[in-house]
Design a protein around this ligand. Structure first.
Ligand code: HPA
Length: 258
């Protein structure tokens, strides 16, 4: 199964025919994680869909239970995860409406439960799962290369331009950045800034789940244009840009082979 994690502007997947919902218990929260399963378009590939902000978009980035979500996705038997992220553009080519498939991450988040290997037993019984041992996963390539290629070639297939790389700077939020913070991210080499890329990608790696992101720039980073960043402006770009993201996801589902 290929699982899509929906972000801001993608709480639902148009054309997605849900045939059942999985309610998966995890050690990380009382409520089960709900993953909708079904198919998109005419494609046979089973798709799972999990909106990370909740179905009513009620969870801010720092309150999302990333561990519960990733744990549940693995329990559901996912072979791969494609995450959708709304971002602010920092690189000159990543203005509002541009889609990117990032290849690197810098993590500026804090105070989030960001690892399964917490140095203590997590209440999971199975001995092959996480334990009190100290583990450091390799994160040289934070996004899965095959999945990135799938996204890039799926976009090419349907003539949607995408920026095929980029450094994703993950900030804590929920407030937007100051211009000085954006300049710092720029100096660090960030091409885009978002609030949900981490710890999600790192947790997927800890579970050995192939994971990639498709990011839609919905505004210029603070101070990079004269416009004040408003939710209204962001919503307008989302409304225009999500159609292309959905088309890429549909094509990726058609081309994906486990
Ligand atoms: N900063 C951080 N996260 C974001 C932004 C931004 O400008 N736009 C969308 N997500």
């Amino acid at each position: 199964m290929l699982v899509f994690i929906g972000g801001t502007g993608l709480n639902q997947l148009p054309g997605f025919k849900v045939n059942h919902e999985l309610a998966i218990a995890t050690p990380y929260q009382d409520a089960p994680v709900i993953i909708a399963c079904g198919n998109v378009g005419d494609c046979d590939q089973e798709i799972g869909f999990l909106p990370r902000h909740g179905t009513g978009h009620t969870l801010p980035p720092h309150r999302i239970n990333y561990r519960a979500n990733l744990f549940a996705i693995r329990e559901a038997g996912a072979g791969a995860v494609i995450a959708v992220n709304a971002v602010g553009g920092i690189h000159a080519e990543l203005g509002p409406g541009v889609i990117a498939v990032p290849d690197q991450i810098i993590d500026y988040t804090h105070s989030r439960a960001h690892t399964f290997f917490d140095g203590q037993l997590t209440g999971i019984d199975s001995p092959d799962q996480f334990s009190a041992t100290v583990t450091h996963v390799d994160f040289t390539e934070p996004y899965d290369g095959n999945l990135r290629n799938l996204l890039i070639s799926s976009a090419q297939d349907i003539d949607v331009p995408v920026w095929p790389q980029g450094v994703y700077g993950a900030t804590q939020g929920p407030r937007l950045e100051t211009p000085a913070e954006i300049r710092r991210l720029q100096r660090d080499g960030c091409d885009m800034v978002g609030m949900t890329g981490m710890p999600e990608a790192g947790l997927a790696r800890e579970l050995s789940l192939p994971y990639a992101s498709i990011a839609l720039s919905v505004n210029w980073g603070a101070g990079l244009s004269d416009d004040v960043i408003t939710m209204e402006g962001i919503r307008r770009v989302l409304a225009r840009g999500m159609g292309n993201i959905q088309a890429i996801l549909l094509r990726a589902a058609e081309r994906y082979h486990a």
